[in-house]
Design a protein around this ligand. Structure first.
Ligand code: BG6
Length: 490
């Protein structure tokens, strides 16, 4: 790993779910695997929470969670002890300016270090935290702030947050995180597209028939009922993760991997998204909500029976939609996006379906003809598959689809980094490439907002689907109307 400058990482929401489940384990791995000096003089992490508790009590809670979220084979007692020697705890009420004095006292010994303020809290606290950090003189020239999603509920609230944070931090100090951009396969998609000549000539409307991006989960709302019900799948997954993946698939080659070169190209994609009229929202989007069903043979309750979900809630746990880009490269190519909770499988993949050959020369085995297809799988097993037609061994000239498979776990016999490991290191190094710029966020909300409005005005509730399936039948019909099918339906 490239050595890091000495840093202080201040984790607001330090006792929260994200810190316990993802951020602290990610920091443990980077600390454990670093060959450079990782002593307290170089690495210092400060968990910040409301609860008044001792450092020891905090460390005990962190360890109890870490033992759940880090595989036993990766949990090394010596490495853990070295990691937590860098970990402190400060209790403060994020809205109380006077409480920041304790944090200021702790950080005062080395103000020249890189300082990262990670806001893993409700976005309603972002403005107060930034204001209070500024007032306490904690924002040094080498400070950065990391903002977790959701950044707002709509365009206006996202703008308000950006303005409030922007009053204290310069744009180059603001890291808007979308953890999907830190996933190994997303990095690999960038490498595949811009590190090879093979795909670029095919990567356009001339050869691509449609693109499908699916982020399917088997989990339900996982104890986050109240948050989720206020958010829904469109804001939770489409506005950020799905649109960012679409950007990576559809963007023009940037002139470099400098942050602004990449982000300029992603912004052009977001701006090329064709806005949906109210009628199009009705025909090009499908929202669903799960009913009781079974996942892996085990019964699971309906969304409306989950803890924290108000009776009669109309929040969507599933979205499928058809997006189109108004530009030369992609005009007329549908991008189908789909996400849902309590689906049949946990699956995140991008499917690029190429056009069929103009004239079929060879008979296929029992009708098994398939145009070429590239499948980029983000999870559960990360890899790439290229589906080609090949001759079946034997006398006759008959063809059938076969897949060239690149399985990353098999090819690289190393533990895959979690997305947060990479992104946290990027923040400390000051690398903004994988973080969203303010204008990107604006453009994403601008496209999402008519969908939110269209749904708001539509009296029909979300379509029901049985937990453990691929969502409402209307989702298959959405793609079927174009004479196509989701990969799982074909
Ligand atoms: C988060 C959403 O951003 O992404 C969650 O808020 C979702 O609802 C999660 O479960 C999925 O992330 P991953 O990395 O597990 O696919």
């Amino acid at each position: 790993m490239i050595p890091l400058d000495a840093f202080d990482l201040i984790l607001f929401g330090g006792s929260g779910d994200l810190a316990m489940r993802k951020l602290l384990p990610a920091l443990y791995f980077r600390h454990r695997d670093s060959a450079a000096d990782t002593g307290r003089a170089r690495w210092r992490i400060v968990g910040v929470g409301r609860e008044a508790q001792t450092r020891e009590a905090y460390l005990a809670t962190v360890e109890a969670h870490a033992r759940k979220f880090i595989a036993p084979r990766d949990f090394d007692d010596t490495a853990w002890a070295a990691f937590v020697s860098c970990l402190d705890y400060v209790a403060l009420d994020a809205r109380a300016a006077a409480d920041y004095a304790g944090l200021a006292a702790l950080l005062a010994d080395d103000p020249a270090r890189v300082r990262v303020f990670y806001l893993a809290t409700a976005p309603s606290l972002f403005a107060s935290i930034c204001e209070n950090l500024g007032a306490a003189g904690l924002v040094t020239p080498d400070s950065r702030v990391v903002l977790e999603k959701p950044l707002g509920r709509d365009l206006a609230s996202a703008r308000r947050i950006n303005e409030q944070v922007g009053a204290i931090f310069r744009e180059e100090q603001i890291y808007r995180i979308d953890h999907y951009l830190g996933k190994e396969t997303v990095q690999n998609l960038i490498a595949l597209r811009f590190g090879n000549t093979l795909f670029e000539p095919l990567w356009s409307r001339a050869c691509v028939r449609d693109v499908q991006i699916t982020l399917a989960e088997t989990v339900g709302v996982e104890g986050r009922g109240e948050f989720y019900d206020n958010t829904g799948a469109l804001r939770d997954m489409v506005q950020n993760h799905l649109l960012q993946l679409l950007c990576i698939v559809a963007m023009e080659p940037p002139s470099s991997i400098d942050p602004d070169a990449m982000r300029d190209e992603k912004l052009k994609v977001l701006r090329a998204l064709r806005p949906m009229s109210a009628e199009e929202v009705a025909t090009r989007t499908v929202r669903g909500q799960y009913r009781a069903g079974a996942i892996d043979g085990r019964p699971v309750p309906a969304y409306l029976e989950e803890a924290g979900i108000p009776a009669g809630s109309r929040s969507e746990t599933f979205v499928a939609l058809k997006a189109e880009l108004d530009n030369w490269r992609w005009a007329g190519v549908p991008f189908y996006l789909r996400t849902g909770k309590r689906m049949q499988e946990r699956l995140a993949e991008i499917v690029v379906n190429f056009r069929d050959v103009p004239h079929a020369l060879f008979p296929s085995v029992s009708g098994e003809r398939a145009p070429n297809r590239l499948v980029i799988r983000l999870q559960p097993d990360e890899g790439l598959e290229l589906h080609l037609m090949a001759k079946v061994p034997g006398d006759e000239m008959r063809v059938r689809p076969v897949a060239l498979n690149l399985d990353f776990a098999e090819t690289y016999d190393t533990r895959q980094w979690d997305a947060y490991e990479r992104l946290l290191m990027d923040v400390i190094r000051g690398k903004l490439t994988l973080f969203m710029r303010r204008d990107e966020l604006d453009a994403a909300w601008r496209w999402i907002e008519p969908i939110l409005d269209g749904w708001e005005q539509d009296p029909t509730p979300p379509r029901p689907y049985t937990a453990g399936t691929w969502g409402p039948a209307a989702s298959s019909a959405l793609v079927g109307r174009d004479g196509l099918a989701w990969l799982q339906d074909s």
